[in-house]
Design a protein around this ligand. Sequence first.
Ligand SMILES: Cc1cc2nc3c(=O)[nH]c(=O)nc-3n(C[C@H](O)[C@H](O)[C@H](O)COP(=O)(O)OP(=O)(O)OC[C@H]3O[C@@H](n4cnc5c(N)ncnc54)[C@H](O)[C@@H]3O)c2cc1C
Length: 412
Amino acid sequence: MTESYDLVVVGAGPGGSATAYHAARAGLRVLLLDRQEFPRDKPCGDGLMPHAASEVALMGLADWLEEPHHGKFSGFTFYTPSARLRQGVPPTLHGPHGYVARREETDARFLERAISAGAEFRSGVRATGLRRSAAGDVTGVEAVRGGEEAVFAAPLVVAADGVGGFAGDGLKAHQNAVARRQYFTNVDGPDRQDLHVFISRDLNRNGAGYGWVFYFGNGSANVGAGVSTRTLEKTGRNLKDYFDRFLEEPQLTAWLEDARPEGPPKSWSLKMGMWGAKRYARGLLMVGDAASMIHPISGEGVGYALESGRLAASWAHEAHVRQDFSASVLSGYGKQLMRHRAREHLSGHAMLNIVPNLSLLEPLFKACERDPEARQTLIESFTGDTPVYSLLKHPRTLAHAIKDAAGNRQKA
Ligand SMILES: Cc1cc2nc3c(=O)[nH]c(=O)nc-3n(C[C@H](O)[C@H](O)[C@H](O)COP(=O)(O)OP(=O)(O)OC[C@H]3O[C@@H](n4cnc5c(N)ncnc54)[C@H](O)[C@@H]3O)c2cc1C
């Protein structure tokens, strides 16, 4: 028998659970599907920027964020081969803190909120395609559960399946980065109230990448590294190799001397920068990684998944009220996301393509080390609070960086 809903959401990561939570609260009959059983792990740095924390609070989880086993950060330390930048969390509208919380726990909490808001959840269900009428309207989702085929009927579907590709139709952009992380207990580095970001020579020689140490509240930490897929293509090296070399950086060996791994490292891919992905079609909305909503500089995607889910839910409600699921109505969602996020994401994407390696990036960090205002702008462009071209507000510092970069190029 075909079961019928107002909205089917495919994928119960942050994007899908946020969509289901907000849509159910708005009164829609929502079905949320995931191919996995929960709680489940998702390889991630586990960092929640302040804007992400605001979205978490909007889902009624502000108190949960404050639980002491989570990391709570109030600043950043960036390390390049010759510069060390420390900066507090930018004083934006989103408050002075971010958090570090394991995705296994975080995603289970988001899912609980969606269910308590009234969404129906089915695990172990893999969506295999969209079902459309002869006229092209979406009529539901085809799926497989326990080896059996199933159909869930709805006039509107949200694809929140991350880097999966269930909706097909050339809607998704390709992955453009990969990252790997491992949990360690007893990590012994300084300034646990900061997120530590390493722009190392090895990770940046042939493109952009960084390593990180993000502390939890109990002394363990998420340690990871990410590089662009272009870097892998250029070098013929693999992510495991980059990650292993990152752990051999002198600072890391010192911090990890007495640390114990909590399990094996895990890798995943990312689609960053809003570039090349469609975010809507007739009867279909895409959120989170499925819509390439990962910040191209920081690699941060949880906050954008939550935000795009919240916006998608409001457009799902609008379409439901109008009983009009056309691309023209749903384009409002695409436009709204562009208005909110395109400046930061697209300019970051452009910068990484124009300034793709350390000989150019390092002088920028060095120049910002000496200029607190430019440093704050640099950090805001990492946290997604300002577009990277805001650095133009600091012409003297930029001029220094460009002069040094030109000198480096001549020497090279
Ligand atoms: C190593 C690494 C480090 C990162 N660090 C950070 C960080 O510190 N902070 C941050 O904000 N972001 C970080 N990110 C990015 C972040 O993990 C993603 O942006 C985030 O998970 C996106 O959420 P989502 O809901 O869109 O997708 P996902 O979390 O990937 O969830 C998708 C869900 O869809 C389900 N699914 C897939 N296909 C199907 C199907 N056919 N049928 C049914 N279900 C399906 C999956 O089982 C999964 O549960 C990192 C990414 C990586 C790889």
